[in-house]
Ligand binder design. Sequence first.
Ligand code: ADP
Length: 680
Amino acid sequence: MNCHLHNPKHVSMRSFILFFLFFTQTFLIFAQSLVSIHSDDTLFLAGPLGAVKPDAPRALKINNVLNDSGFYRSASERLLAGGDSSECYWLKFKIQNTTEEKAFLELMFPLIDTAIMYTVDSGRIIQKQEGGGNYPFYSRAFNANNIVFALNKSQHPLTYYINVKVRGFCSIKTRIGTYKAFIREYHHDDLIQGVFTGVILVFLFYNFFIFFQLKDSVYLLYCLYLFCISGYVFRHGGFIFQFVFPSTPQYNELAMLLTGLGGAFGALFTMKFLGTREHLPYIHRALQALFAIYCLDIIASIFGYAAISIALSRITMPMGTITVVSAAVTMWRRGNPTAKFYLLGWVTLTLGLFTYLLEDMGVLPYNNVTAYALHLGIGLEATILSFAVANRFSLMKKDKEAALQGMYDALAENKKLLDERNKALEASVEERTYELNASTLKLQEYAQQLEKSNRELTEFAHIASHDLKAPIRGIVSFAQLFERKNKTTFDDIDREYFTYIKTNAQQSVRLIDDLLNYSKIDKNLTTPVKVDLNECILVAKMNLRENIENKNGQIQCENLPTMLGHSLLFTQLFQNLIGNGIKYNKSCPPVIHITVNLSESKEYVFSVKDNGIGIAPQYQSKVFNMFLRLHGQSEYDGTGIGLAFCKRIVDTYGGQIWLESEVGVGSTFYFTLPKAQIEQ
Ligand code: ADP
């Protein structure tokens, strides 16, 4: 059920208080009415009446003699008038009034437009009385809802003709009695009407209140239904006319509107209350049809087509009763506990209505039960249906509790599942951790093995290059001895060959030296010390003096910081980069510019910029590879180890090296050295 139950406990409490207040009020109205009843008044009997058209007056059979024995109430005469005032009706009575007290005749229909009564004695009009129209209820013969005429006192029967003008359908009954008897009857009517009003108001407000609390439209529909149906009864008893619009009897037609509206709201209420759309599709369609007919009824009433409205009411009454009762019975049999209250409510209303109609037609005698059967039926229906909506409310509460319980159960189930999942997860995490530990151990093992083989390789390179150097030096020395000894006999070709031998041997020695240096970088490294990089630049320049001077090179250098490390390595690093900058340079003069960016947070960024030949983009990432040379030995001598050496040095200190270059413009080599080197 999709309703908003804010706090059912509070709703019930507040509803109870409201209910109590209205109950008290109803009781007070009831008590007040009781006090005003005079039980010793006498009623007297008069004769029945007949309705005749003026053009064909129907002689009444009755010749009653009024005496002190009681109060006469006739069966009703049904009149169906059109809107034309000339189509009026005539009622004719013959009454002999012998009472001492003043006696009256009342037309029991509050919404008569006008009524004129002529008293005829021996064929001569002896009196004319007017009622209705310009004579609102408070100025009628005495304070009555209906039109009341005074009866003449005489020892022989007098004839009374009453001309009645009514717009729309009406059913007129009459009663005749003494003043006291009428007053007593009116008190009686007021009492019943008061109790009825109280009961209806209680349930109206009660349900309206619940509607505002729950925002469930079923309660609003019920209120609207109750309002219309009770409005119809108030109008029928003349109370709306008396209290709401006393001077405008033409609102008679409004009564028809109320029946149509009441029926339409009743149909909607039934659909929603019993949930016919979901549970009873056939009955739902019948209710929709009923609703449509009620809508037609409303339209007919609005435009004053009373006859159509009545005809539609004749269809809707049995159809509505059958549909609603069968819907309630079906739902009850299907186990909807609220449906039984609903069924009972409708049965009560139907019983009340039929009793009232049977009394109206003269089949049932007039007494307190039959006279107020409609009030009783509607009052009881309102009470029982309110039980039904209250029952629905409590069912909703139970539903909500069940839903909450379901939610708790689902939550508990979820928690259980979650716990199980957690356990499974923990187990799998444990398993994975174990596997991870095992693989970490394996990795460590591999790392150790790798380190060992690296060490062995470096040692091998060291030994191999060291051992290779001696025989090459031997070759050079013996070649020189051989040259010196045969100097005089050497021709030019011999001399050229000897030069090749020496150059190649020297190149081999340089290669071996470079390899040796490379392999020694991280082998037996001493503890890092503070090294002033400016001094390293000076030493590098010294070592490269010959090359620089030969080419008239210029070295510009910013002030460099002091770092923790090894001066030999830093010198080698700068020396290689400066040397390359001079070597691979055709500019005059070759200019080398050394800078440092001190602002970088974690590291210094050094740059060595030259105006040399530059490196093509496709080689820029490869020049740091071992033995890679872009030029032949004849063009630029070298071993292809210099930049690889630089990379290895920078790697040793945890830095990075890269370059930017443009062919014919120059190259800039960048490298970083972490500042932490100083802090260490
Ligand atoms: P090499 O002993 O041949 O100089 P390097 O490792 O120092 O070996 O350099 C590798 C190659 O990179 C060189 O052969 C050269 O072609 C190129 N190279 C290095 N530095 C520069 C530079 N400053 N300008 C142009 N080319 C360079």
